[in-house]
Design a protein around this ligand. Sequence first.
Ligand code: ZN
Length: 618
Amino acid sequence: MNTTGAADPSPGAALGILKKVFGFDTFRLHQQQVISALLAGEDAFVLMPTGSGKSVCYQIPAMLRDGVGVVISPLIALMQNQVEALRENGVRAAFLNSSLAPEEARAVEARALAREIDLLYVAPERLVTESFQRLLERLPLALFAIDEAHCVSQWGHDFRPEYLQIASVTSRHPGVPRLALTATADGQTRADILQRLEMPGARCFVASFDRPNIIYRVREKHRDRAQLLAFIRSEHPGAAGIVYVRTRRRADDTAEWLQGQGVPALPYHAGLGADVRQRHQQRFLREEGTVMVATIAFGMGIDKPDVRFVAHLDLPGSLEAYYQETGRAGRDGRPADAWMVYSLGDVVAMRQLQARSEGDAAFQDTQRKKLEALLGYAETVACRRQVLLGYFGETAPGACGNCDNCLQPAATWDGTEAARKALSAVYRTGQRFGAGHLVDVLQGNATERIRQLGHHRLKTFGVGRELSRPEWTAVFRQLLATGLLSVDLGSLAGFRLTEASRAVLRGEQAVRLRKEPPRAAPAKKSRDAGAVEEELSLPEDRELWERLRELRLRLARESDRPPFTVFHDRTLKDMVRQRPRTREAFLRVSGVGETKADRYGEAFLAVIAETAGSGEDD
Ligand code: ZN
Protein backbone atom coordinates (compact mmCIF):
# COMPACT_ATOMS: atom_id res chain seq x y z
CA MET A 1 0.00 0.00 0.00
CA ASN A 2 2.73 2.41 0.93
CA THR A 3 5.06 3.18 -1.84
CA THR A 4 8.38 4.52 -0.73
CA GLY A 5 9.90 4.39 -4.16
CA ALA A 6 12.06 1.79 -5.81
CA ALA A 7 15.38 3.35 -4.94
CA ASP A 8 15.71 6.40 -2.76
CA PRO A 9 17.79 9.06 -4.46
CA SER A 10 21.13 10.07 -3.07
CA PRO A 11 21.46 13.18 -0.94
CA GLY A 12 23.62 14.62 -3.71
CA ALA A 13 20.51 14.88 -5.85
CA ALA A 14 19.06 17.23 -3.24
CA LEU A 15 21.81 19.75 -3.84
CA GLY A 16 21.12 19.57 -7.55
CA ILE A 17 17.48 20.50 -6.97
CA LEU A 18 18.43 23.26 -4.57
CA LYS A 19 20.54 24.84 -7.27
CA LYS A 20 18.35 24.14 -10.24
CA VAL A 21 14.92 24.84 -8.79
CA PHE A 22 15.54 27.24 -5.96
CA GLY A 23 18.73 28.90 -7.21
CA PHE A 24 20.84 28.43 -4.09
CA ASP A 25 24.36 27.03 -4.03
CA THR A 26 24.48 25.75 -0.49
CA PHE A 27 22.10 24.47 2.15
CA ARG A 28 21.44 26.46 5.25
CA LEU A 29 21.87 25.09 8.73
CA HIS A 30 20.15 21.69 9.24
CA GLN A 31 18.41 21.64 5.85
CA GLN A 32 20.63 18.96 4.40
CA GLN A 33 20.41 16.71 7.48
CA VAL A 34 16.63 16.95 7.56
CA ILE A 35 16.39 16.13 3.87
CA SER A 36 18.71 13.15 4.29
CA ALA A 37 16.62 11.83 7.17
CA LEU A 38 13.43 12.00 5.11
CA LEU A 39 15.10 10.47 2.07
CA ALA A 40 16.15 7.61 4.33
CA GLY A 41 12.52 7.17 5.40
CA GLU A 42 12.93 8.56 8.93
CA ASP A 43 10.58 10.87 10.83
CA ALA A 44 11.92 14.29 11.76
CA PHE A 45 10.99 17.30 13.86
CA VAL A 46 12.21 20.75 12.90
CA LEU A 47 12.15 23.78 15.15
CA MET A 48 13.51 26.77 13.30
CA PRO A 49 12.72 30.47 13.44
CA THR A 50 10.57 31.99 10.71
CA GLY A 51 12.57 32.82 7.61
CA SER A 52 15.27 30.21 8.12
CA GLY A 53 14.21 27.97 5.24
CA LYS A 54 12.02 25.31 6.79
CA SER A 55 9.89 24.50 3.75
CA VAL A 56 12.79 23.38 1.56
CA CYS A 57 13.25 20.59 4.10
CA TYR A 58 10.13 18.81 2.82
CA GLN A 59 9.81 20.29 -0.66
CA ILE A 60 13.03 18.77 -1.96
CA PRO A 61 12.47 15.25 -0.57
CA ALA A 62 8.88 15.33 -1.84
CA MET A 63 10.26 15.99 -5.31
CA LEU A 64 12.95 13.33 -5.03
CA ARG A 65 10.90 10.54 -3.49
CA ASP A 66 8.36 8.64 -5.48
CA GLY A 67 4.77 9.73 -4.92
CA VAL A 68 3.02 12.78 -3.53
CA GLY A 69 4.24 14.82 -0.58
CA VAL A 70 1.22 15.80 1.52
CA VAL A 71 1.71 19.12 3.32
CA ILE A 72 -0.73 19.91 6.13
CA SER A 73 -0.99 23.65 6.67
CA PRO A 74 -3.60 25.63 8.62
CA LEU A 75 -3.18 29.00 6.92
CA ILE A 76 -5.02 29.13 3.63
CA ALA A 77 -3.48 32.40 2.43
CA LEU A 78 0.05 31.22 3.10
CA MET A 79 -0.72 27.89 1.46
CA GLN A 80 -1.75 29.63 -1.74
CA ASN A 81 1.32 31.87 -1.73
CA GLN A 82 3.61 28.92 -1.27
CA VAL A 83 2.02 26.93 -4.05
CA GLU A 84 2.21 29.91 -6.39
CA ALA A 85 5.88 30.43 -5.56
CA LEU A 86 6.60 26.74 -6.18
CA ARG A 87 4.84 26.82 -9.53
CA GLU A 88 6.90 29.84 -10.53
CA ASN A 89 9.93 27.64 -9.92
CA GLY A 90 8.47 24.91 -12.08
CA VAL A 91 7.49 22.64 -9.21
CA ARG A 92 4.37 20.48 -9.62
CA ALA A 93 2.43 21.74 -6.61
CA ALA A 94 -1.28 22.18 -5.84
CA PHE A 95 -3.54 22.80 -2.88
CA LEU A 96 -6.88 21.57 -1.61
CA ASN A 97 -8.81 23.82 0.72
CA SER A 98 -12.17 25.50 1.18
CA SER A 99 -11.32 28.26 -1.29
CA LEU A 100 -11.69 25.82 -4.20
CA ALA A 101 -14.98 25.04 -5.94
CA PRO A 102 -15.89 21.30 -5.94
CA GLU A 103 -14.97 20.87 -9.62
CA GLU A 104 -11.60 22.58 -9.04
CA ALA A 105 -10.93 20.25 -6.14
CA ARG A 106 -11.85 17.24 -8.27
CA ALA A 107 -9.43 18.40 -10.97
CA VAL A 108 -6.61 18.58 -8.41
CA GLU A 109 -7.44 15.08 -7.20
CA ALA A 110 -7.40 13.77 -10.76
CA ARG A 111 -3.96 15.29 -11.34
CA ALA A 112 -2.69 13.71 -8.14
CA LEU A 113 -3.97 10.29 -9.26
CA ALA A 114 -2.33 10.79 -12.65
CA ARG A 115 0.95 11.37 -10.78
CA GLU A 116 1.20 14.92 -12.00
CA ILE A 117 1.68 16.42 -8.55
CA ASP A 118 4.72 16.25 -6.26
CA LEU A 119 3.45 18.48 -3.49
CA LEU A 120 -0.16 18.61 -2.33
CA TYR A 121 -1.02 21.22 0.30
CA VAL A 122 -4.10 20.49 2.33
CA ALA A 123 -5.93 22.14 5.22
CA PRO A 124 -6.28 19.94 8.33
CA GLU A 125 -10.10 20.00 8.09
CA ARG A 126 -9.89 18.39 4.68
CA LEU A 127 -7.17 15.93 5.61
CA VAL A 128 -9.43 14.18 8.09
CA THR A 129 -12.45 13.79 5.77
CA GLU A 130 -13.45 10.34 4.52
CA SER A 131 -13.14 11.34 0.87
CA PHE A 132 -9.58 12.55 1.37
CA GLN A 133 -8.77 9.31 3.21
CA ARG A 134 -9.94 7.37 0.16
CA LEU A 135 -7.78 9.53 -2.09
CA LEU A 136 -4.73 8.89 0.11
CA GLU A 137 -5.33 5.13 -0.12
CA ARG A 138 -5.02 5.32 -3.87
CA LEU A 139 -1.90 7.52 -4.01
CA PRO A 140 1.73 6.62 -3.66
CA LEU A 141 2.94 8.86 -0.81
CA ALA A 142 6.36 10.47 -0.59
CA LEU A 143 5.95 11.99 2.87
CA PHE A 144 3.71 13.88 5.27
CA ALA A 145 4.81 17.38 6.28
CA ILE A 146 2.92 18.88 9.22
CA ASP A 147 3.45 22.63 9.16
CA GLU A 148 2.78 24.86 12.19
CA ALA A 149 2.97 21.68 14.23
CA HIS A 150 2.55 23.61 17.50
CA CYS A 151 -1.16 23.84 16.62
CA VAL A 152 -1.48 20.27 17.92
CA SER A 153 -0.55 21.33 21.43
CA GLN A 154 -2.80 22.98 23.94
CA TRP A 155 0.37 24.35 25.49
CA GLY A 156 1.03 26.25 22.30
CA HIS A 157 -0.61 29.59 21.62
CA ASP A 158 -2.52 28.49 18.53
CA PHE A 159 -4.23 25.22 19.35
CA ARG A 160 -6.40 23.69 16.59
CA PRO A 161 -8.50 20.66 17.50
CA GLU A 162 -8.32 19.16 13.98
CA TYR A 163 -4.59 18.75 14.48
CA LEU A 164 -5.30 16.11 17.12
CA GLN A 165 -6.62 13.81 14.38
CA ILE A 166 -3.52 14.00 12.19
CA ALA A 167 -1.85 11.06 13.91
CA SER A 168 -4.84 8.81 13.18
CA VAL A 169 -4.44 9.64 9.48
CA THR A 170 -0.69 9.18 9.25
CA SER A 171 -0.82 5.94 11.26
CA ARG A 172 -2.73 4.35 8.37
CA HIS A 173 0.37 4.84 6.25
CA PRO A 174 3.24 3.38 8.23
CA GLY A 175 6.54 3.69 6.45
CA VAL A 176 5.73 7.09 4.97
CA PRO A 177 8.15 9.49 6.67
CA ARG A 178 6.69 12.43 8.59
CA LEU A 179 8.15 15.84 9.19
CA ALA A 180 6.72 18.15 11.87
CA LEU A 181 7.72 21.80 11.57
CA THR A 182 7.26 24.81 13.78
CA ALA A 183 8.85 28.16 14.46
CA THR A 184 7.57 28.50 17.96
CA ALA A 185 7.67 25.94 20.71
CA ASP A 186 8.97 25.97 24.24
CA GLY A 187 10.22 22.75 25.80
CA GLN A 188 6.80 21.65 26.98
CA THR A 189 5.12 22.30 23.62
CA ARG A 190 7.89 20.43 21.86
CA ALA A 191 7.39 17.29 23.92
CA ASP A 192 3.66 17.61 23.45
CA ILE A 193 3.98 17.83 19.65
CA LEU A 194 6.02 14.62 19.42
CA GLN A 195 3.61 12.79 21.70
CA ARG A 196 0.38 13.90 20.03
CA LEU A 197 1.67 13.32 16.51
CA GLU A 198 2.89 9.92 17.70
CA MET A 199 6.42 10.51 16.52
CA PRO A 200 8.50 9.41 19.52
CA GLY A 201 11.43 8.31 17.36
CA ALA A 202 11.62 11.48 15.26
CA ARG A 203 15.03 13.00 14.76
CA CYS A 204 14.99 16.51 16.19
CA PHE A 205 16.61 19.45 14.49
CA VAL A 206 16.56 22.65 16.47
CA ALA A 207 18.06 25.79 15.02
CA SER A 208 19.16 28.61 17.24
CA PHE A 209 16.54 31.21 17.93
CA ASP A 210 19.14 33.85 18.44
CA ARG A 211 18.87 36.98 16.32
CA PRO A 212 22.25 38.48 17.15
CA ASN A 213 21.72 41.69 15.20
CA ILE A 214 18.66 42.68 17.23
CA ILE A 215 19.27 44.80 20.31
CA TYR A 216 16.64 44.23 23.00
CA ARG A 217 15.63 47.10 25.25
CA VAL A 218 12.81 47.55 27.73
CA ARG A 219 12.05 50.83 29.51
CA GLU A 220 9.57 52.08 32.01
CA LYS A 221 6.64 53.78 30.30
CA HIS A 222 5.72 57.26 31.45
CA ARG A 223 4.92 59.34 28.39
CA ASP A 224 4.79 56.63 25.77
CA ARG A 225 4.34 58.72 22.63
CA ALA A 226 7.03 61.22 23.55
CA GLN A 227 9.33 58.34 24.44
CA LEU A 228 8.62 56.68 21.11
CA LEU A 229 9.15 59.89 19.17
CA ALA A 230 12.45 60.60 20.94
CA PHE A 231 13.54 57.03 20.17
CA ILE A 232 12.64 57.32 16.47
CA ARG A 233 14.16 60.77 16.08
CA SER A 234 17.41 60.06 17.85
CA GLU A 235 18.04 56.54 16.58
CA HIS A 236 16.01 55.80 13.48
CA PRO A 237 15.13 59.00 11.65
CA GLY A 238 13.81 58.10 8.21
CA ALA A 239 13.88 54.37 8.85
CA ALA A 240 11.11 51.80 8.43
CA GLY A 241 9.71 50.41 11.64
CA ILE A 242 6.71 48.72 13.23
CA VAL A 243 5.02 49.98 16.38
CA TYR A 244 2.78 47.43 18.13
CA VAL A 245 -0.10 48.54 20.33
CA ARG A 246 -2.91 46.57 21.93
CA THR A 247 -6.03 48.23 20.54
CA ARG A 248 -7.28 49.50 17.19
CA ARG A 249 -8.08 52.86 18.68
CA ARG A 250 -4.54 53.26 19.95
CA ALA A 251 -3.16 52.27 16.53
CA ASP A 252 -5.23 54.99 14.85
CA ASP A 253 -4.43 57.65 17.44
CA THR A 254 -0.74 56.91 17.61
CA ALA A 255 -0.33 56.87 13.83
CA GLU A 256 -2.13 60.18 13.53
CA TRP A 257 -0.07 61.74 16.30
CA LEU A 258 3.20 60.56 14.73
CA GLN A 259 2.12 62.03 11.40
CA GLY A 260 1.57 65.34 13.17
CA GLN A 261 5.16 65.12 14.41
CA GLY A 262 6.48 64.61 10.90
CA VAL A 263 6.90 60.82 11.04
CA PRO A 264 5.27 59.08 8.03
CA ALA A 265 3.13 56.64 10.03
CA LEU A 266 0.15 54.50 8.99
CA PRO A 267 -2.30 52.47 11.07
CA TYR A 268 -2.94 48.77 10.45
CA HIS A 269 -5.54 46.68 12.24
CA ALA A 270 -8.45 44.33 11.61
CA GLY A 271 -10.97 47.19 11.90
CA LEU A 272 -9.80 48.82 8.67
CA GLY A 273 -11.26 47.81 5.33
CA ALA A 274 -9.36 45.21 3.32
CA ASP A 275 -8.48 47.80 0.66
CA VAL A 276 -7.07 50.24 3.23
CA ARG A 277 -5.03 47.51 4.86
CA GLN A 278 -3.73 46.40 1.49
CA ARG A 279 -2.78 49.98 0.56
CA HIS A 280 -1.01 50.63 3.84
CA GLN A 281 0.86 47.37 3.61
CA GLN A 282 2.01 48.16 0.07
CA ARG A 283 3.25 51.59 1.15
CA PHE A 284 5.09 50.04 4.06
CA LEU A 285 6.73 47.48 1.78
CA ARG A 286 7.63 49.82 -1.06
CA GLU A 287 8.32 53.21 0.41
CA GLU A 288 11.30 53.95 2.54
CA GLY A 289 10.94 55.02 6.09
CA THR A 290 7.27 54.24 6.69
CA VAL A 291 6.33 53.45 10.26
CA MET A 292 3.43 51.03 10.65
CA VAL A 293 1.42 51.38 13.85
CA ALA A 294 -0.32 48.06 14.20
CA THR A 295 -2.14 45.62 16.38
CA ILE A 296 -1.12 41.98 16.18
CA ALA A 297 -3.17 41.76 12.97
CA PHE A 298 -0.09 42.96 11.13
CA GLY A 299 2.99 40.98 10.26
CA MET A 300 2.07 37.44 9.28
CA GLY A 301 3.90 36.77 6.05
CA ILE A 302 5.55 40.21 5.99
CA ASP A 303 9.08 39.81 4.80
CA LYS A 304 10.52 43.31 4.53
CA PRO A 305 14.24 42.94 5.13
CA ASP A 306 15.10 46.48 6.23
CA VAL A 307 12.72 47.04 9.12
CA ARG A 308 15.10 48.81 11.49
CA PHE A 309 13.01 48.75 14.63
CA VAL A 310 10.03 47.08 16.24
CA ALA A 311 8.61 49.09 19.12
CA HIS A 312 6.07 47.84 21.65
CA LEU A 313 4.05 50.60 23.27
CA ASP A 314 2.10 47.95 25.17
CA LEU A 315 3.05 44.53 26.45
CA PRO A 316 2.72 41.80 23.80
CA GLY A 317 0.46 38.81 24.44
CA SER A 318 3.26 36.43 25.36
CA LEU A 319 7.00 35.91 24.96
CA GLU A 320 6.31 33.83 21.82
CA ALA A 321 4.37 36.72 20.35
CA TYR A 322 7.12 39.13 21.39
CA TYR A 323 9.74 36.97 19.72
CA GLN A 324 7.73 36.72 16.49
CA GLU A 325 6.90 40.41 16.42
CA THR A 326 10.41 41.63 17.21
CA GLY A 327 11.72 39.04 14.75
CA ARG A 328 10.36 41.21 11.93
CA ALA A 329 13.19 43.66 12.58
CA GLY A 330 16.55 43.32 10.85
CA ARG A 331 15.85 40.40 8.50
CA ASP A 332 18.74 41.76 6.41
CA GLY A 333 21.11 40.95 9.24
CA ARG A 334 22.02 44.58 9.90
CA PRO A 335 21.63 46.15 13.35
CA ALA A 336 18.03 46.57 14.41
CA ASP A 337 16.19 47.47 17.59
CA ALA A 338 13.51 45.74 19.64
CA TRP A 339 12.33 48.51 21.93
CA MET A 340 9.55 48.27 24.47
CA VAL A 341 8.02 50.46 27.15
CA TYR A 342 5.57 49.26 29.77
CA SER A 343 4.05 50.44 32.99
CA LEU A 344 2.31 49.36 36.16
CA GLY A 345 -1.00 49.86 34.33
CA ASP A 346 0.03 47.31 31.69
CA VAL A 347 0.89 44.75 34.33
CA VAL A 348 -2.46 45.29 36.04
CA ALA A 349 -4.29 44.91 32.72
CA MET A 350 -2.41 41.72 31.82
CA ARG A 351 -2.96 40.20 35.25
CA GLN A 352 -6.69 40.93 35.00
CA LEU A 353 -6.89 39.57 31.47
CA GLN A 354 -5.23 36.36 32.57
CA ALA A 355 -7.46 35.99 35.63
CA ARG A 356 -10.54 36.42 33.43
CA SER A 357 -9.48 33.89 30.80
CA GLU A 358 -11.68 30.85 30.57
CA GLY A 359 -10.68 27.25 30.29
CA ASP A 360 -9.81 24.30 32.50
CA ALA A 361 -7.26 24.37 35.30
CA ALA A 362 -4.40 23.15 33.12
CA PHE A 363 -5.06 25.85 30.55
CA GLN A 364 -5.28 28.55 33.23
CA ASP A 365 -2.03 27.31 34.68
CA THR A 366 -0.36 27.55 31.27
CA GLN A 367 -1.64 31.07 30.75
CA ARG A 368 -0.37 32.09 34.16
CA LYS A 369 3.07 30.64 33.44
CA LYS A 370 3.21 32.41 30.10
CA LEU A 371 2.40 35.74 31.69
CA GLU A 372 4.97 35.10 34.39
CA ALA A 373 7.58 34.46 31.70
CA LEU A 374 6.67 37.66 29.87
CA LEU A 375 6.78 39.80 33.00
CA GLY A 376 9.96 38.09 34.10
CA TYR A 377 11.54 39.08 30.82
CA ALA A 378 10.36 42.65 31.15
CA GLU A 379 11.64 43.02 34.71
CA THR A 380 14.89 41.09 34.46
CA VAL A 381 18.20 42.72 35.29
CA ALA A 382 20.02 39.84 33.56
CA CYS A 383 20.89 39.57 29.86
CA ARG A 384 17.59 39.74 27.98
CA ARG A 385 18.80 37.50 25.18
CA GLN A 386 19.64 34.78 27.71
CA VAL A 387 16.16 35.03 29.20
CA LEU A 388 14.51 34.98 25.78
CA LEU A 389 16.53 32.05 24.44
CA GLY A 390 16.14 30.22 27.74
CA TYR A 391 12.39 30.42 27.27
CA PHE A 392 12.73 28.55 23.99
CA GLY A 393 14.81 25.91 25.72
CA GLU A 394 18.09 27.21 24.38
CA THR A 395 21.13 27.89 26.52
CA ALA A 396 22.97 31.03 25.50
CA PRO A 397 26.74 30.76 25.81
CA GLY A 398 26.94 33.88 27.96
CA ALA A 399 25.72 37.43 28.37
CA CYS A 400 25.21 38.83 24.90
CA GLY A 401 26.71 42.29 25.21
CA ASN A 402 23.99 43.55 22.90
CA CYS A 403 20.92 44.23 25.05
CA ASP A 404 20.19 47.11 27.40
CA ASN A 405 21.07 45.16 30.52
CA CYS A 406 24.40 44.09 29.01
CA LEU A 407 25.24 47.49 27.55
CA GLN A 408 24.35 49.28 30.74
CA PRO A 409 24.02 46.91 33.66
CA ALA A 410 20.82 47.74 35.49
CA ALA A 411 21.33 48.89 39.03
CA THR A 412 19.39 47.09 41.74
CA TRP A 413 18.66 48.12 45.28
CA ASP A 414 17.60 46.41 48.46
CA GLY A 415 13.88 46.98 48.29
CA THR A 416 13.02 44.79 51.28
CA GLU A 417 11.96 47.68 53.52
CA ALA A 418 10.08 49.43 50.72
CA ALA A 419 8.33 46.17 49.80
CA ARG A 420 7.29 45.60 53.41
CA LYS A 421 5.89 49.13 53.66
CA ALA A 422 4.03 48.72 50.39
CA LEU A 423 2.59 45.32 51.33
CA SER A 424 1.67 46.60 54.74
CA ALA A 425 -0.18 49.54 53.17
CA VAL A 426 -2.09 47.07 50.99
CA TYR A 427 -3.02 44.99 54.02
CA ARG A 428 -4.00 47.85 56.34
CA THR A 429 -6.23 49.51 53.77
CA GLY A 430 -8.19 46.30 53.35
CA GLN A 431 -6.68 44.88 50.14
CA ARG A 432 -8.95 46.79 47.82
CA PHE A 433 -7.02 49.85 46.59
CA GLY A 434 -4.73 50.42 43.63
CA ALA A 435 -1.34 52.13 43.48
CA GLY A 436 -2.66 55.72 43.35
CA HIS A 437 -4.32 55.60 46.74
CA LEU A 438 -1.65 53.44 48.32
CA VAL A 439 1.08 55.89 47.36
CA ASP A 440 -0.95 58.69 48.97
CA VAL A 441 -1.05 56.63 52.15
CA LEU A 442 2.65 55.84 52.05
CA GLN A 443 3.65 59.42 51.35
CA GLY A 444 1.27 60.82 53.95
CA ASN A 445 -0.86 62.89 51.59
CA ALA A 446 -3.93 63.72 53.70
CA THR A 447 -6.30 64.02 50.74
CA GLU A 448 -10.02 64.36 51.15
CA ARG A 449 -10.47 60.69 50.30
CA ILE A 450 -7.79 59.58 52.74
CA ARG A 451 -9.52 61.48 55.55
CA GLN A 452 -12.94 60.16 54.64
CA LEU A 453 -11.63 56.62 54.80
CA GLY A 454 -9.71 57.33 57.99
CA HIS A 455 -6.51 56.18 56.33
CA HIS A 456 -4.56 59.09 57.83
CA ARG A 457 -4.79 57.24 61.15
CA LEU A 458 -3.17 54.07 59.83
CA LYS A 459 0.25 53.00 61.06
CA THR A 460 1.57 53.04 57.51
CA PHE A 461 0.38 56.60 56.84
CA GLY A 462 3.39 58.68 55.83
CA VAL A 463 6.02 55.97 56.40
CA GLY A 464 7.19 56.15 52.78
CA ARG A 465 8.16 59.79 52.27
CA GLU A 466 11.66 58.78 51.20
CA LEU A 467 10.46 57.65 47.77
CA SER A 468 8.82 59.74 45.05
CA ARG A 469 5.51 58.78 43.44
CA PRO A 470 7.20 57.33 40.29
CA GLU A 471 9.54 55.35 42.54
CA TRP A 472 6.64 53.89 44.53
CA THR A 473 4.82 53.13 41.29
CA ALA A 474 7.86 51.19 40.12
CA VAL A 475 7.91 49.30 43.43
CA PHE A 476 4.25 48.30 43.04
CA ARG A 477 4.81 47.33 39.41
CA GLN A 478 7.64 44.99 40.35
CA LEU A 479 5.75 43.49 43.28
CA LEU A 480 2.84 42.77 40.96
CA ALA A 481 5.08 41.46 38.18
CA THR A 482 6.94 39.10 40.50
CA GLY A 483 3.80 37.74 42.13
CA LEU A 484 4.26 39.42 45.53
CA LEU A 485 0.92 41.09 44.87
CA SER A 486 -2.13 40.05 42.90
CA VAL A 487 -4.87 42.21 41.49
CA ASP A 488 -8.66 42.27 41.84
CA LEU A 489 -10.87 41.88 38.82
CA GLY A 490 -13.11 44.79 39.75
CA SER A 491 -12.93 48.19 38.15
CA LEU A 492 -10.93 49.45 41.13
CA ALA A 493 -8.21 46.91 40.38
CA GLY A 494 -7.26 46.73 44.03
CA PHE A 495 -4.10 44.94 45.07
CA ARG A 496 -4.12 41.89 47.32
CA LEU A 497 -1.45 40.01 49.17
CA THR A 498 -0.42 36.60 47.89
CA GLU A 499 1.05 33.55 49.60
CA ALA A 500 4.47 34.87 48.67
CA SER A 501 3.87 38.27 50.29
CA ARG A 502 3.72 36.81 53.78
CA ALA A 503 7.38 35.82 53.90
CA VAL A 504 8.36 39.35 52.92
CA LEU A 505 6.02 40.91 55.50
CA ARG A 506 7.44 38.64 58.19
CA GLY A 507 10.94 39.75 57.24
CA GLU A 508 11.95 36.25 56.10
CA GLN A 509 12.60 37.15 52.50
CA ALA A 510 14.68 39.92 51.00
CA VAL A 511 13.49 41.74 47.90
CA ARG A 512 15.84 43.17 45.33
CA LEU A 513 14.34 45.72 43.02
CA ARG A 514 15.44 47.19 39.77
CA LYS A 515 16.45 50.82 39.89
CA GLU A 516 14.74 52.74 37.13
CA PRO A 517 17.10 54.89 35.11
CA PRO A 518 16.35 58.59 35.70
CA ARG A 519 13.57 59.89 33.52
CA ALA A 520 14.40 62.49 30.95
CA ALA A 521 13.02 65.97 31.75
CA PRO A 522 9.68 65.86 33.54
CA ALA A 523 6.64 66.86 31.57
CA LYS A 524 6.21 70.21 33.29
CA LYS A 525 4.48 71.94 30.44
CA SER A 526 3.39 68.61 29.02
CA ARG A 527 5.08 69.44 25.80
CA ASP A 528 5.35 66.26 23.81
CA ALA A 529 8.71 67.06 22.28
CA GLY A 530 11.85 65.02 22.63
CA ALA A 531 12.78 65.45 26.26
CA VAL A 532 16.42 66.26 25.63
CA GLU A 533 15.67 69.32 23.56
CA GLU A 534 13.64 70.77 26.39
CA GLU A 535 16.70 71.00 28.55
CA LEU A 536 18.79 72.83 26.01
CA SER A 537 17.24 76.23 26.09
CA LEU A 538 20.17 78.32 24.75
CA PRO A 539 20.23 78.52 20.96
CA GLU A 540 23.99 77.85 20.81
CA ASP A 541 23.49 74.76 22.97
CA ARG A 542 20.81 73.50 20.67
CA GLU A 543 22.95 74.13 17.62
CA LEU A 544 25.88 72.19 19.07
CA TRP A 545 23.52 69.41 20.14
CA GLU A 546 22.16 69.10 16.62
CA ARG A 547 25.61 69.04 15.09
CA LEU A 548 26.85 66.42 17.53
CA ARG A 549 23.84 64.30 16.67
CA GLU A 550 24.52 64.62 12.97
CA LEU A 551 28.10 63.54 13.53
CA ARG A 552 26.97 60.61 15.64
CA LEU A 553 24.53 59.49 12.96
CA ARG A 554 27.21 59.73 10.26
CA LEU A 555 29.72 57.73 12.31
CA ALA A 556 27.06 55.19 13.15
CA ARG A 557 26.15 54.73 9.50
CA GLU A 558 29.78 54.39 8.48
CA SER A 559 30.29 51.52 10.87
CA ASP A 560 26.77 50.15 10.39
CA ARG A 561 25.83 50.45 14.05
CA PRO A 562 22.97 52.11 15.89
CA PRO A 563 23.79 55.68 16.95
CA PHE A 564 23.51 55.06 20.66
CA THR A 565 26.39 52.59 20.50
CA VAL A 566 28.59 55.52 19.43
CA PHE A 567 27.44 57.73 22.31
CA HIS A 568 24.26 57.94 24.32
CA ASP A 569 22.20 61.12 24.27
CA ARG A 570 23.28 61.97 27.77
CA THR A 571 26.93 61.77 26.76
CA LEU A 572 26.26 64.21 23.93
CA LYS A 573 24.42 66.42 26.40
CA ASP A 574 27.37 66.35 28.73
CA MET A 575 29.60 67.37 25.81
CA VAL A 576 27.32 70.35 25.23
CA ARG A 577 27.62 71.25 28.89
CA GLN A 578 31.36 70.76 29.22
CA ARG A 579 32.51 71.79 25.74
CA PRO A 580 35.83 69.93 26.01
CA ARG A 581 38.76 71.30 23.97
CA THR A 582 41.40 68.62 24.69
CA ARG A 583 41.52 64.85 24.83
CA GLU A 584 41.92 65.00 28.61
CA ALA A 585 38.83 67.15 28.91
CA PHE A 586 36.99 64.87 26.47
CA LEU A 587 37.75 61.88 28.71
CA ARG A 588 36.00 63.67 31.57
CA VAL A 589 32.71 63.66 29.69
CA SER A 590 30.35 61.11 31.20
CA GLY A 591 30.23 58.01 29.04
CA VAL A 592 33.60 58.52 27.29
CA GLY A 593 36.26 55.87 27.87
CA GLU A 594 39.73 55.43 26.37
CA THR A 595 38.58 53.36 23.42
CA LYS A 596 35.85 55.73 22.40
CA ALA A 597 38.11 58.73 22.95
CA ASP A 598 40.62 57.13 20.56
CA ARG A 599 37.98 56.22 18.05
CA TYR A 600 35.79 59.30 18.04
CA GLY A 601 37.58 61.99 20.07
CA GLU A 602 39.10 63.88 17.17
CA ALA A 603 35.86 64.13 15.21
CA PHE A 604 33.78 65.30 18.15
CA LEU A 605 36.41 67.76 19.41
CA ALA A 606 36.55 69.28 15.93
CA VAL A 607 32.80 69.87 15.84
CA ILE A 608 32.82 71.32 19.34
CA ALA A 609 35.69 73.67 18.47
CA GLU A 610 33.95 74.85 15.28
CA THR A 611 30.60 75.46 16.89
CA ALA A 612 32.10 77.23 19.89
CA GLY A 613 34.13 79.45 17.53
CA SER A 614 31.11 80.59 15.56
CA GLY A 615 29.24 81.18 18.80
CA GLU A 616 31.90 83.64 20.05
CA ASP A 617 31.72 85.66 16.86
CA ASP A 618 28.05 86.37 17.31
ZN1 ZN B 1 22.45 40.77 26.83
